[in-house]
Design a protein around this ligand. Structure first.
Ligand code: AMP
Ligand code: MG
Length: 498
C-alpha cells in the first residue's frame, strides 16, 4: 500500500494502542476502492485535529479518506472485542468493517482515534463484507455531529466519501466510508473479550491504559480499579441522563456499543423521538423493547455489571470479596443516575436550586406529554420562551396539548416553583433556550437527506448538517425543520448499518 507524507499537513500520529500486546488487535491495511468521491469534510473538526480541510478534500486527501493510501505514521489496526448482543454472549466480535488509522493529538493535546468505517474486510468480519452503504454513513455523520452540537458526549464525523463500488444488501446500494473520530474505541466488550479468556494480564493492561487515557485523576487512588468502576458509572449515568433529556434512543446498547470514554458510539438504528412516548422503540431489530427509551438506564446498569465482572480479579484477589465489592458499587448506579436525571430535569425546566419535588414536576409534564401525544422537543422549546407570569405567549405552549385544563394546571405549578427561586427571569429564559434545542435530527429529515443523496443530490444532507450545527438558534428561515413529521412522513423504524 502507498503511503503519503503528512509532513506538510502539520499533524503527526502518536499511536498508543498499537503498543499494547499483539492480541489486542490485528494489523492490516484498508482495502482500496474503485473510484472514491468526496461527500463532505468536517472543516472545524479537521482544524481542531491540526489537519488542513482543503487538503483532506483534495484528490490526495480523498485517497486517504477512502483507504486507498495511508498516511505515513499511520499504523492501521482492527481492534478485538467481544460483547453481549441483546443479552446474548458473543465471544468474538471486533472491528469487522472498521480500521483505525492511528491516534492524533489535537491543539489542546487531547488524544483522538481516527478510524475508517466501511473500509473492507478484517479478520473480525465474520459473515459481513466489511463495507457500509451510503445511508448509514450519512446517518452517522448527521446524528453524531448533531449530538456534538447538542453538547452530548459522542464520537464525531471527520469526513464521508463514496467508494464508487456497489454494496449488496437487500438491493444494490452505493458504498461509502465514514471517517470517525473518537476519544477512544475501547468498549465494555473489549474488557469482556479478555475476561472470557481469563487473560488477567491483558485485563490489567487494558484497565491501566483506560485509566491513563480517560481517568488520570484516579491513577494514584488506593485501588484505582474500584475507582475506575465508580468513575465509569458516573460517566455513563451522565450520558444516559443526557440522552433521555434530548429524546434520544440509541437502539442497540449492546456491551460492544458502550465506550469506556462515556461517548455515544455506533449510531445504527438510533432515533430522536418526535411525540413523547416513554416506551418507544425505533430499532427494527429490537423486537422485545430491550433498548426502549425508558429502559436505557436499566440497560446501562446491566452493561456496567458486565464491565464490573470483567475486572473482578483487579478489584480484590479474593474472588468472593471482589464480587461483593463490585455488586455494592454497581448498585450505586441507581442513586448516581437519579441525581444526574434530576439535574437534567432541572436544566430543562429552568430551575437552579434543588427541590425534592422537581422530579415529580418533571414527570408530571412527561405524563401529560405522553397522554396528549405532544412533540418532545417542541414542548420544551415553547416552555423555554414563556415568562414566569401568565402572558399571551402561553397559547403557543398550551395549544400543543389537547387537554388544556391539565396543562394549564401544570403551568401554574411550574410558575410557583420558578417564583420560589430568586433568579432573574430573563436569564432563566436564556438558559432554557440554550439548553432545550429548536432543532434535532428528526428521522424523516434524515430519511429525506438519504433519499436525495441516493439520487446524487447532497444539498439536503448539507443543509441538514448546517441547521443541526446550530441547534439552539431559532434560524427563522429554517423553521420548517422544527416541525414534526406529517402522518405520511413519520419514520417508525430505523435500521442498523449492516
Ligand atoms: P454494530 O452494529 O456496529 O454494533 O456491529 C456489530 C458487529 O458486527 C461488529 O463486530 C461489527 O464490526 C460487525 N459488522 C457490522 N457490519 C458489518 C459488515 N458490513 N461487515 C463486517 N462486519 C460487520
Ligand atoms: Mg458496534
Amino acid at each position: 500500500m502507498h503511503t503519503i507524507s503528512n509532513q506538510s499537513l502539520k499533524f503527526t500520529f502518536d499511536n498508543s494502542y498499537v503498543k499494547l500486546p499483539d492480541h489486542f488487535y490485528c494489523k492490516l491495511n484498508p482495502t482500496p476502492v474503485k473510484e472514491p468521491k468526496l461527500i463532505k469534510i468536517n472543516d472545524h473538526l479537521a482544524v481542531q485535529l491540526g489537519m488542513d480541510p482543503k487538503w483532506l478534500g483534495s484528490k490526495k486527501g480523498i485517497e486517504v479518506l477512502s483507504g486507498n493510501v495511508i498516511f505515513s505514521g499511520s499504523e492501521p489496526i482492527a481492534m478485538a472485542y467481544a460483547g453481549h448482543q441483546f443479552g446474548y454472549w458473543v465471544p468474538q466480535l471486533g472491528d469487522g468493517r472498521a480500521i483505525m488509522l492511528g491516534e492524533v493529538l489535537d491543539k489542546n493535546n487531547n488524544r483522538y482515534d481516527v478510524q475508517l468505517k466501511g473500509s473492507g474486510l478484517t479478520p473480525f468480519s465474520r459473515q459481513g463484507d466489511g463495507r457500509a452503504w451510503l445511508g448509514p454513513v450519512l446517518r452517522e455523520y448527521i446524528v453524531s455531529e448533531a449530538m456534538f452540537a447538542l453538547n452530548i458526549p459522542t464520537t464525531r464525523a471527520l469526513a464521508a466519501v463514496t467508494t464508487g463500488e456497489i454494496v449488496k444488501r437487500e438491493n444494490d446500494l452505493p458504498g461509502a466510508i465514514l471517517t470517525r473520530v473518537a476519544s477512544s474505541h475501547i468498549r465494555v466488550g473489549t474488557f469482556q473479550y479478555f475476561a472470557a479468556k481469563n487473560d488477567l494480564r491483558a485485563i490489567k493492561k487494558l484497565a491501566d491504559y483506560v485509566i491513563g487515557r480517560h481517568y488520570l485523576e484516579i491513577k494514584e487512588d488506593k485501588n484505582p480499579y474500584v475507582s475506575l468502576l465508580r468513575a465509569f458509572i458516573k460517566k455513563q449515568s451522565l450520558l444516559i441522563a443526557k440522552w433521555l433529556g434530548i429524546g434520544f434512543i440509541h437502539g442497540v446498547m449492546n456491551t460492544d456499543n458502550m465506550t469506556l470514554s462515556g461517548e455515544t458510539i455506533d449510531y445504527g438504528p438510533c432515533a430522536f423521538m418526535d411525540n413523547y412516548n416513554e416506551n418507544i422503540v425505533y430499532s427494527s431489530i429490537d423486537n422485545y423493547g430491550r433498548y426502549a427509551y425508558n429502559n436505557q438506564s436499566n440497560i446501562a446498569k446491566w452493561n456496567i455489571a458486565c464491565f464490573a465482572s470483567s475486572i473482578l480479579p483487579l478489584i480484590n484477589s479474593n474472588q468472593k470479596r471482589s464480587i461483593n465489592i463490585a455488586k455494592e458499587i454497581v448498585e450505586e448506579f441507581d442513586d448516581t443516575f437519579a441525581e444526574y436525571w434530576a439535574s437534567e430535569i432541572r436544566l430543562k425546566l429552568g430551575l437552579k436550586e434543588k427541590d425534592s419535588k422537581d422530579i415529580t414536576l418533571g414527570s408530571d409534564l412527561l405524563v401529560l406529554m405522553q397522554k396528549n401525544s405532544v412533540d418532545f422537543t417542541n414542548t420544551f422549546r415553547e416552555l423555554s420562551s414563556l415568562s414566569n407570569t401568565k402572558s399571551i405567549l402561553d397559547k403557543n405552549f398550551v395549544t400543543l396539548f389537547s387537554d388544556q385544563m391539565s396543562i394549564n394546571g401544570w403551568l401554574s405549578r411550574w410558575r410557583d416553583r420558578l417564583n420560589s427561586e430568586t433568579h432573574n427571569d430573563h436569564d432563566r429564559k436564556i438558559a432554557m433556550l440554550s439548553y432545550n434545542p429548536a432543532y434535532i435530527p428528526r428521522n424523516h429529515r434524515i430519511e429525506e437527506a438519504i433519499q436525495f443523496a441516493l439520487k446524487d443530490d447532497y444539498s439536503f444532507f448539507d443543509k441538514l448538517c448546517e441547521i443541526l450545527s446550530n441547534p439552539f438558534n431559532d434560524q427563522l428561515s429554517n423553521i420548517n425543520y422544527k416541525t414534526p413529521p406529517l402522518p405520511r412522513e413519520i419514520v417508525r423504524q430505523t435500521f442498523c448499518g449492516t
